[in-house]
Write a protein that binds this ligand. Structure first.
Ligand code: ZN
Length: 97
């Protein structure tokens, strides 16, 4: 990981660049990346609608923050897995009742 302001190499858990003093923002950002994938993945198993929507929203936020690839993948995953989860839920519901 390198400082995006001055390019100096940073420790894996650095919150501030030791060279230029700028705040390192990737920690919270990578949390959002993980959250997007977790929401998208879980939407296949539980709560397809809210988790699918949450995954798509987090994906849109990631696109807004410049992580375009992650964001697009998360939105596509959320929509596809959310719909698959909803279908599976309907199937399970139909088999049970
Ligand atoms: Zn720096």
């Amino acid at each position: 990981m390198y400082c995006k302001y001055c390019g100096k190499e940073l420790g894996p858990h650095a919150r501030q660049c030791p060279n230029c003093g700028e705040e390192v923002t990737y920690t919270s950002g990578s949390g959002l990346i993980v959250a997007g994938y977790v929401c998208a993945g879980l939407s296949l198993i539980i709560f397809p609608l809210p988790l699918g929507i949450a995954g798509a929203i987090i994906g849109a936020i990631n696109i807004g923050k410049g992580r375009t690839t992650h964001g697009i993948v998360q939105i596509v995953l959320s929509v596809v897995l959310g719909m698959a989860g909803a279908l599976l839920g309907l199937l399970a519901w139909g088999l049970l009742f």
